[in-house]
Design a protein around this ligand. Structure first.
Ligand SMILES: Nc1nc2c(ncn2[C@@H]2O[C@H](COP(=O)(O)OP(=O)(O)OP(=O)(O)O)[C@@H](O)[C@H]2O)c(=O)[nH]1
Ligand SMILES: [Mg+2]
Length: 269
C-alpha cells in the first residue's frame, strides 16, 4: 500500500466513524504515524504532527462546522504543513514543469490541465520536449483528454523557440499556460542550458519540479540541482500509489524550501 492510500485510509477512519471521540482520533493518528514512518518520514516530524492534530482536534469547531469536518480539516492542514506549508496557487498564470527522465512531467501536465479546467480556467499546454519523438503526441493526447489547448511544433528542435511561439499563440485564448519539458537521465550541462532557455522564453512565475516517489532520498540532490538552474518553487510528487517510500522525497523537497503542491497517484487524469 502506498503512502497516499495509507493516509487516506487513516482519514476515512474519522470520516466513517459512528461517533467521534478521543479514541477514534487517537487510532487514526496512530495509523497515520505508521504510514508516515514506513514511508521514511523522520520520527521527529511524525511526532510533532501527531501532537498538533491531537491538540487541535478537540477545540471548539468554528460556527457551522461539525466536529468531524473540523478534525478532518485540522488533520489535512497539519499534513500540508509538513509538506511545505503552502497549497498550490488558485490561479497560476504560467507553469514550467521540470524533472528528470520519466518522473511524470507529461502526465502531470495533463492532470494539472484537467485540475484547472475543472475550476473554470482556460488552459493551454506547450510541448517543449523536443528531445523524445513521442512526447509531442503524448502531450497532445493528454491535452485533448483535459479539454485544454495544445501547442507544439513537430519539426522544431529548439525548445526555447517552441515556447516563445507557444506563449504568443496560447496567451490569446488561455489564462493558464502549462509547459512540459524534456527529461534526461541526469541533470547534465545540456539539460541545464535547455531548461534555462525554456525558462527565459516562458517567463513563468511558477516552476514546479516533478519528482517520482520511488527515488526516495535522491530527491534532495535533484531538487537542489533544478532549484539552482531555474529556481523551483513548487513540487509535484508522482507515483505515490506505487511506492511506499515517498516520505524520503517529501522531507527532502521540504529542505529546498519549495512546497509540495500536488501528490499524484495514478496514470489517469
Ligand atoms: N502509477 C503511476 N504512474 C505514473 C504517475 N505519473 C506518471 N506515471 C507513469 O510514469 C510513466 C512516465 O510518465 P511521463 O509523464 O511520461 O514522464 P515524463 O517525466 O514526462 O517522462 P520524459 O518525458 O521521458 O522525461 C508513464 O508510464 C506514466 O503513465 C503516477 O502518479 N502514478
Ligand atoms: Mg514527458
Amino acid at each position: 500500500m502506498g503512502l497516499g492510500e495509507a493516509l487516506r485510509k487513516a482519514m476515512d477512519k474519522i470520516g466513517n466513524a459512528g461517533a467521534i471521540d478521543k479514541d477514534t482520533v487517537k487510532e487514526a493518528v496512530k495509523e497515520m504515524q505508521r504510514a508516515l514512518i514506513a514511508a521514511n518520514v523522520d520520527v521527529t516530524t511524525v511526532l510533532s504532527l501527531s501532537k498538533k492534530i491531537e491538540e487541535k482536534a478537540f477545540k471548539e469547531p468554528p460556527k457551522g462546522v461539525t466536529q468531524r469536518e473540523y478534525i478532518i480539516k485540522v488533520t489535512y492542514d497539519s499534513l500540508v504543513e509538513i509538506l511545505g506549508g503552502k497549497t498550490a496557487p488558485e490561479h497560476p498564470k504560467k507553469i514550467l514543469l521540470c524533472g528528470l527522465f520519466g518522473s511524470g512531467k507529461t502526465t502531470a501536465a495533463g492532470k494539472l490541465a484537467h485540475y484547472y479546467k475543472k475550476r473554470g480556467h482556460k488552459v493551454g499546454v506547450i510541448a517543449a520536449d523536443t528531445y523524445r519523438p513521442a512526447a509531442y503526441e503524448q502531450l497532445q493526447t493528454n491535452a485533448k483528454l483535459a479539454g485544454a489547448e495544445f501547442f507544439g511544433i513537430k519539426t522544431e528542435t529548439n525548445a526555447g523557440k517552441v515556447v516563445k511561439e507557444g506563449v504568443k499563440e496560447l496567451e490569446k485564448k488561455c489564462d493558464i499556460i502549462i509547459c512540459d519539458s524534456a527529461g534526461r537521465s541526469g541533470l547534465d550541462d545540456e539539460l541545464v542550458k535547455e531548461i534555462q532557455e525554456i525558462d527565459k522564453a516562458l517567463n513563468a512565475e511558477e516552476k514546479w519540479l516533478v519528482i517520482g516517489a520511488d527515488i526516495g532520498n535522491l530527491a534532495k540532490k535533484q531538487a537542489q540541482a533544478f532549484h539552482k538552474a531555474v529556481g523551483v518553487n513548487g513540487v509535484i510528487i508522482t507515483r505515490m500509489d506505487g511506492s511506499s517510500k515517498g516520505g524520503g522525497a517529501l522531507v527532502a523537497c521540504n529542505e529546498t524550501g519549495a512546497s509540495v503542491y500536488f501528490i499524484s497517484t495514478g496514470e489517469k487524469q
